[in-house]
Design a protein around this ligand. Sequence first.
Ligand code: NDP
Ligand code: 3PG
Length: 541
Amino acid sequence: MGQNEQLKAVFPSEADIPEPFRLTQPVQQRQYLADGELKRWEGPCQEVISLVQVQKGGTLQPVILGCYPVLNEKEALEALEAAVRAYDNGCGLWPTMPVEGRIRHMELFVRKMLEKREEVVRLLMWEIGKTLPDSEKEFDRTVEYIRDTIEALKELDRTSSRFTIEQGILAQIRRAPLGVVLCMGPYNYPLNETFTTLIPALIMGNTVVFKPPKLGVLLHYPLLEAFREAFPPGVVNTVYGSGQKVVGPIMRSGKINVLAFIGSSTVADTLKQQHPKPHRLRSVLGLEAKNAAIVLPDADIEHTVEEILAGSLSYNGQRCTALKMLFVHNRIIDTFMKQFAAKVNSLKLGMPWEPGVKITPLPEANKIGYLQELIQDAVAHGASVVNPGGGENAGSIVRPAILYPVKDTMRVYAEEQFGPVVPIAGYDDIHEPIRYVIESNYGQQVSIFGTAPDLMASLIDPLVNQVCRVNINSQCQRGPDSFPFTGRKDSAEGTLSVTDALRVFSIRTLVAAKTTPANKQLITEIVRGDKSKFLSTDFLL
Ligand SMILES: NC(=O)C1=CN([C@@H]2O[C@H](COP(=O)(O)OP(=O)(O)OC[C@H]3O[C@@H](n4cnc5c(N)ncnc54)[C@H](OP(=O)(O)O)[C@@H]3O)[C@@H](O)[C@H]2O)C=CC1
Ligand SMILES: O=C(O)[C@H](O)COP(=O)(O)O
């Protein structure tokens, strides 16, 4: 069998798909959530085509998963207005609701969300080709993130809402919401990376409009009812359709107080510029990265190969944290390359639900075309594809490619490939990879592999001042989610983590009163009458 036939053979016929993973019927989504209602949509819908293809009569055929509403500017602005009303007129409802109340709503949401686990996991596999273990992990990690957020909020509330008297002024310092937040996430973690901003934004008392990515859109549908039941009207609203048509008007309205966006740096710039006062907009952005691995001459090669394999190719290299450029010392490059290529060649290609599969179908023809352009450009400038068949595809499946020796004249040296292409450069002088990190447009993370304490120590400080996380003898990654996650330059704006996110979606405000006898009397009555959040009697003691 030729390479292409071998690749084609990884796709199943419909009959080969095991029962629990079959899609019984397409998901015909004709609803969206706005103002507390699941509104019926009679207008045009966009078909969703799976990344998984099936064999029929010797050819690969697309699988239609369902469709979602393509809203217009009118519906998008109505959803926005619902969020604005829920914030501005929300007295006693959401933004002014005590923390314990908001937590109860969030706990109800988690219970309802858990009922949809199986459905969401199945859609993750079909919509974005994520393996079963990784799809389950994405769902479970998201639930855990919500629970951790609830605990972190309890702690923040205990420590940050306090009374103080200074210079004859009694003040209560509070953490207050910011307003209306627009949340958008990328296709590689469509659930988790949307919820890492949506959940903290909500629980801090903001109201939200969110647009799921077009790849990974249907898996949000089973959760709409949970949002509707768990939160007051207008607190959570969804929009669907082309970014330009529905997100553009929302940004241009100037009514968004926070842009919470995880995705590519160029789209983030476009969205910010659409806001009438971009410099006043708070932005929480998780963007592109080109994380490098630096392998020192004394590295433990076996361990390094394992870490770099997972770091560069898990979920087909489609992670912002993936290792996207490797620098290996010339003294060990032959040994490293032999072991690494053998591991890459042994990765199992197949369908997301198959046990042991690591490489799964990729999105869209233009993604595969882009990867092949990068490979051709590198080859034209003197690199080789080290592993035979690397970069070849059949339909949506691509065999990973290792490129070597990669030079600064090649596009793949600086561009974020976000796919199964691993560029490798050899080096003699440690200043070469360090210069790469310094000169990169991105600044998320770096991994260093080695065993000599002095050398490692001398690298850590300069590197951590260029990126935001230096990983020692391990791949780059986001988790644990309690760790701060951010980047410099074009890689991020604002910091996320369970607790950082609570801070980023809130502001410290004051209620202040002169401590005159009349004011003391007034405040005592306010407190007794339980008429505001100005509740503690500490100041009276
Ligand atoms: N730093 C981080 O935390 C992370 C960063 N990323 C980065 O995300 C990228 C991959 O994700 P990808 O989904 O391709 O990113 P995109 O920037 O293409 O899409 C992200 C979101 O923006 C929307 N969008 C795209 N174009 C427009 C537009 N013109 N107007 C309005 N909205 C638009 C998308 O919607 P639609 O799908 O409908 O087009 C999607 O919801 C990589 O660069 C990766 O590094 C990924 C994960 C984490
Ligand atoms: O969306 C991404 O790519 C992530 O931020 C990477 O997360 P991970 O390191 O946990 O896979």
